[in-house]
Design a protein around this ligand. Structure first.
Ligand code: GLU
Length: 384
């Protein structure tokens, strides 16, 4: 059947840029399915299996018939486990009512931006930044304002630059430490200064702490300790417990904001998967051993890839956390988009161009892969 009809998409969605991390990951999967030997350093996804005690908890939940709708904001057992974790590990004091569980950190962030932003509200985001922050902000009607950081300083946040970017329309500051894609971990002094800034100017900090456990040379500190009323803390199960596919994220913060986020979720996806919630409760309650194992492996991988890339002229600062490097690819091509294409077509390695992270001349490699894969990738890149 032929037709000339095409649905008229909303102006808002026509402005939405698809996620480049997801786009490259999907392309690599397609090539692998077509039998092409592609090594993917694209998706930020731990390669470990979900810990056995978490899988057991999920199976037990299914067997016990815990397969129905739950409270929109999440089962009390999970929210209690999250509140206890935030106290134990982060020194934060939230009641379970101040916690809301979403379908991945992405939905928690999405809910937050829709609950907070009016048209024209400005959101300061240190850059290079994760591709989804500015898109979510724009989709919610806000205006993302990048505050650039430099490779030369290891992407340290300049609080004076942040202060200089504040206008009467500024409403939020987004922080992501340890950072994707920079790997930067902001020291306590920086976090205290940002907390002061938020208090002085009546701003809210949305802090995405998804990579908190993956730190090497610095300790992770939660900024909510310094300005609890001015902070929404977002986190999730994906990276800490190798649970990307289970889709569990959460946020904790001021009660009126949490209630507004619950109202949005109640009109969109309702609750996160019931089975995943029971699994996440087990993960969050006790995964010390797994977290330490993963951190040790990630550190070895970081050391291997940073040394390897710097040795072949694809220079990168040494990240203090997360599992990404931003390699300078200007020796392959001055355009990172072209470099990404050459790396994929000629070396059969999938990486994400720095473009949408605001990291021109660089590509992001996720080293959440085995040491063997890292060695093979370095071998392929060396020949370019
Ligand atoms: N956050 C991960 C990444 O940056 C997973 C993909 C995504 O959600 O962007 O690769």
């Amino acid at each position: 059947m032929t037709t000339t009809f095409s649905p008229r998409l909303s102006e808002q969605v026509q402005r939405l840029r698809p996620s480049s991390t997801i786009a490259v990951t999907s392309r690599a999967l397609e090539m692998q399915r077509a039998g092409i030997d592609v090594l993917s350093m694209a998706a930020g996804e731990p390669d470990f299996d979900t810990p056995a005690h978490v899988v057991r908890a999920a199976k037990a939940a299914i067997d016990a018939g815990k397969t129905r709708y739950t409270q929109v904001q999440g089962i009390p057992e999970l929210r209690e486990a999250i509140a206890a974790k935030l106290k134990r590990e982060n020194g934060l004091h939230y009641t379970p009512d101040q916690v809301t569980v979403g379908n991945g950190g992405k939905q928690s962030l999405f809910n937050a931006f829709f609950a907070l932003l009016d048209p024209g509200d400005e959101v300061l985001i240190p850059a290079p930044y994760w591709v989804s922050y500015p898109e979510m902000v724009r989709f919610a009607g806000g205006v993302p304002v990048a505050v650039q950081t430099d490779a030369a300083t290891g992407y340290a946040l300049d609080v004076e630059a942040l202060r200089a970017a504040i206008t009467p329309r500024t409403k939020l500051i987004v922080l992501n430490s340890p950072g994707n894609p920079t790997g930067a971990v902001f020291p306590e002094a920086t976090l205290r200064a940002v907390a002061d800034l938020a208090q002085q100017h009546g701003l809210l900090i949305v802090t995405d702490e998804m990579y908190e456990h993956i730190v090497y040379d610095r300790q992770h500190v939660s900024i909510a300790r310094f300005a609890p009323e001015h902070t929404l803390t977002v986190n999730g199960a994906s990276k800490a417990y190798a649970m990307t596919g289970w889709r569990i994220g959460y946020a904790a913060g001021p009660l009126p904001l949490i209630k507004a986020m619950n109202a949005i979720q109640g009109q969109s996806t309702s609750n996160a998967s019931s089975v995943s919630q029971w699994a996440a409760a087990a993960a969050i309650a006790d995964s010390r051993e797994f977290i330490e194992m993963a951190r040790g492996q990630f550190q070895q991988r970081r050391d291997r890839i940073v040394a390897g890339l710097n040795a072949i002229g694809l220079s990168t600062p040494t990240p203090d956390g997360a599992f990404y490097v931003l390699a300078d690819t200007t020796r392959i091509h001055e355009s990172e988009l072209e470099a990404t294409r050459i790396i994929l077509d000629e070396a059969k390695v999938a990486v994400v161009p720095g473009t949408d992270f605001l990291a021109p001349g660089r590509v992001r490699l996720s080293y959440a892969t085995s040491l063997e894969t890292i060695d093979a990738v370095l071998g392929r890149l060396r020949s370019l």
